[in-house]
Design a protein around this ligand. Structure first.
Ligand code: GLY
Length: 389
């Protein structure tokens, strides 16, 4: 294993953070007329995001970027654009357009929960509660997990994935605004199953985990990672950020412990510039593509964790976050802004390997969530930010 101390990435300073955030908001502004009322594709194609309808699991990230730009600038054009998308998300959940999967948090937290928190939008609130209802409709009582994809009565689809940890905050939020305990109870049952099965003893994670129809655990596998037993970089990042988000809402010390273990493993596999290869089976010196989105997600997790940690641990998480974001700002942003471009280069959505089952797309491109979490990390460094999650 390589070590990262030969090249020391310097932590980002406050002025650099602000400049990067302003640049990101300018890129977002430039893209407003390109996507007007529509969404960005999950990833760019040759560096430009195609326009797409509001049908993908990733569509919440573009409005999330617009809301973050609104928070930074206070400019009405961002608010108007984001509220137009809120209507689109309301229509999507009301008409149940492509919502037969678990990604309701990815979709509705940075779009509609954000709209409600920032403007009091009742449309956003209602849509996000409907999305939480949709999410709990995927709960499998036998096995106690939220099923990721596919028909609920098809035993071959009887699995959940590590990514779902980012969908749970929608349930905590829905519980808080409705007063109904069922949402948080299902979140609790799901994360309990996930912690039992998806985190290996060394703190690494399986991307997906199959359950038997009788509710007993079957086996870990991958879809987008290199191999079933490897370390898909974004899955590991969902594990880091997802566990601390659940800690935020529950203060269950087991979740904080999981955050620590997942983070410790992540750090052992980072190359010198702190931005992982798409699967962390690849380390310093590999020719494989990176996944910059993984670093942005982990930086957000670190910056959430510093709210609860103390002393040296808090200091080292803050320092690592500042170094990771520094690396992204200095080495992963495009040289100039252009219409349809994103915020951080070198993301990887799904890379085909001889052992995985994914459709290859978005390799070494911008990714919609990478851009969003990059802006979220910068925002968290810029001020005490109230979460959309
Ligand atoms: N949630 C799917 C992914 O991270 O690609």
């Amino acid at each position: 294993m390589e070590h990262m101390d030969s090249v020391k990435i310097q932590p980002i300073e406050a002025k650099e953070v602000r400049a990067a955030l302003e640049q990101a908001a300018t890129q977002t502004e430039m893209n407003l007329p390109v996507y007007d009322g529509h969404c960005q594709n999950h990833s760019s194609v040759n560096g430009v995001y195609p326009v797409c309808e509001n049908t993908q699991w990733t569509c919440g990230f573009w409005p999330g970027e617009i809301w973050l730009s609104y928070e930074l600038t206070g400019e009405e054009k961002f608010k108007t654009a984001a509220l137009k998308l809120t209507d689109s998300f309301a229509e999507r959940i009301e008409k149940k357009i492509e919502v037969d999967h678990h990604d309701m948090g990815f979709l509705y937290s940075p779009s509609c929960v954000a709209a409600y928190k920032l403007t009091g939008s009742e449309t956003g609130k209602k849509a996000a509660i409907l999305a939480a209802d949709q999410l709990i409709s995927r709960f499998q009582k036998k096995g106690s997990f939220i099923q990721a994809w596919g028909a609920m009565d098809d035993p071959s689809c009887y699995r959940y994935i590590i990514d779902c940890l980012l969908n749970l905050p929608l349930l905590y939020w829905a519980g808080e605004v409705t007063g109904k305990a069922e949402y948080a109870d299902i979140a609790h049952q799901h994360i309990t199953t996930c912690l039992k099965n998806s985190f290996r003893p060394d703190g690494s994670t399986y991307h997906t985990f199959y359950m038997n129809p009788d509710g007993t655990p079957s086996h870990g596998a991958t879809c987008q990672g290199y191999r079933d037993d490897s370390f898909w970089a974004r899955g590991q990042a969902w594990g880091v950020y997802g566990s601390i988000l659940s800690y935020r809402y529950t203060k269950n010390p087991e979740y904080l412990d999981t955050f620590r273990k997942a983070l410790a493993f992540y750090q052992t596999r980072l190359p010198q510039d702190l931005v992982p290869y798409w699967d962390m089976i690849f380390t310093q010196g590999s020719d494989e593509p990176r996944d910059s989105s993984s670093a942005a997600i982990v930086a957000c997790g670190l910056l959430e964790a510093v709210r609860y940690l103390e002393g040296e641990e808090q200091k080292s998480c803050m320092e690592l976050a500042r170094r990771m974001v520094g690396s992204l700002v200095r080495s992963y942003t495009p040289a100039s802004l252009s219409k349809g471009a994103g915020q951080i280069l070198h993301g990887t959505y799904s890379k085909k390997s001889p052992y995985n089952t994914c459709t290859p797309e978005g390799v070494d491109e911008y990714t919609s969530w990478g851009d969003y979490f990059y802006m979220e990390a910068l925002t968290r460094l810029d001020r005490d930010w109230e979460l959309y999650w």
